[in-house]
Design a protein around this ligand. Structure first.
Ligand code: PMP
Ligand code: GLN
Length: 383
């Protein structure tokens, strides 16, 4: 068959999760918690399921949920957004990203992503007829965290650049943006017509007292940005696939033209339940960083005695471990052999990169109960 996506295979998340299941391994590969959402949220979903909220929600989403999102955006990022014309509830962040890309990218347009780049971006750009330009995140002696190479970005932005996709806190490296980064980006794109797509699904998982630099905070950038987020990470409910897109009215208008044909709307009782839960538990966002910071610290302490080298993680629920002291094997082979041989599944980083990147890196998800992290770390420490 003459495929529309010849370079696309099965996503690494499906590959590694099914291998983990087959090998009965501890699954630290695909990013999902092993614990449940709060009982209060589960009860609210049950309540709405049983009280008849089971038919189509309005196409842009249940108004109460869009109002709750608008209130959050105002409180956390100081931006006043109109729930009617600037917020759309989507079928997870995945659909939000896909619809935003289809909304703006035309045949022949260029779209810049930063490698390692989340794996749904490029196929979505290809389906829109666009060309993906990969810019690797870099490390340097004064800044060992992966960060944007601003000079290279400046040189790569041309009149063909239709969209730049950002994802901070960054999956898989865990790096975050600083306010200064937003200003640098604004300087580079000021004279262009480039749109921005900011994948902020880990917006509430930022460590060590740092703040999340949402593009919603920046007046100039916000005017041309789709901000996409997901309730999956925030409420420990990745299987519900409910997310949202916040964008200025003209962008939202184009976004909805696609969203209505991709899924039309999103599961009704869950939207109502999340709306109530957001209003009733305003502290959830402030508690989440500590909760995951403790998990990061615990996992890092547990593997500190191993032959892996830890990379800094400032956000997300992923920890990168460098295994170059252990073997020269490529990361895909090594991730699979660790799953089979010691029963710990992880994600190889090279699959998110166009060019060979920093080799020998694996991503481990620490959104797990402590006893699972302890057992996984004990196995990693034996290597
Ligand atoms: N973007 C990034 C960076 C992700 O890690 C994920 C997966 N959690 C998504 C998008 C997709 O989110 P969702 O499950 O809500 O579709
Ligand atoms: N975002 C999740 C991760 O990075 C996976 C989501 C998916 O499987 N599509 O692990």
């Amino acid at each position: 068959m003459d495929s529309k996506l010849p370079a696309t295979g099965t996503t690494i998340f499906a590959v590694m999760s099914s291998l983990a299941e087959e090998c009965d391994a501890i699954n630290l590969s695909q990013g999902f918690p092993n614990f449940n959402p709060s009982q209060k949220l589960l009860d609210l979903v049950g309540q709405y399921l049983n009280s008849g909220a089971n038919q189509y929600a309005p196409m842009p989403g249940v108004p109460a949920l869009r109002k709750a999102i608008a209130a959050k955006v105002q409180t956390l990022y100081g931006r006043s957004v109109d729930f009617e014309s600037e917020i759309t509830v989507c079928d997870g962040a995945t659909e939000g990203l896909f619809s935003a890309i289809q909304a703006v990218v035309r045949s022949g347009d260029e779209v810049i992503v930063f490698d390692p780049a989340y794996d749904s971006y490029e196929p979505s750009v290809t389906l829109a007829g666009g060309r993906t330009i990969h810019i690797p995140l870099i490390t340097s002696s004064d800044k060992p965290d992966f960060h944007i190479d601003w000079e290279r970005l400046k040189d790569s932005v041309t009149n063909k650049t239709r969209l730049i996709i950002l994802n901070f806190p960054h999956n898989p490296t865990g790096v975050i943006l600083s306010p200064d980064d937003l200003d640098k980006l604004a300087d580079i794109i000021r004279q262009t017509k480039t749109f921005l797509l900011s994948d902020e699904v880990y917006e509430h998982i930022v460590f060590d007292g740092a703040a999340h630099e949402s593009l919603l905070k920046h007046d100039e950038l916000w005017a041309r940005t789709f901000v996409v987020s997901s309730f999956g990470k925030t409420y420990h409910a990745t299987g519900w696939k409910v997310g949202y897109c916040v964008a200025p009215p003209a962008l939202t208008n184009e976004f909805r033209k696609i969203h209505q044909w991709v899924c039309y709307t999103v599961i009704t009782p869950v939207q109502h339940a999340i709306a109530d839960y957001m209003a009733q538990t305003p502290d959830h966002y402030s508690e989440l960083p500590d909760f995951y910071e403790q998990k990061r610290n615990h996992f890092c302490q547990l593997v500190a005695g191993s032959r892996f080298t830890l990379r800094p993680t400032n956000g997300t629920f992923f920890q990168i471990l460098d295994y170059s002291e252990i073997t020269d094997e490529d990361d895909v082979t090594y991730a699979k052999s660790l799953t089979r041989e010691i029963g710990v599944a992880s994600i190889p980083i090279s699959v998110f990169c166009e060019q060979p990147f920093a080799n020998h890196l694996l991503r481990f998800c620490f959104a797990k109960d402590d006893h699972i992290l302890e057992e996984a770390a004990a196995r990693l420490c034996q290597l």
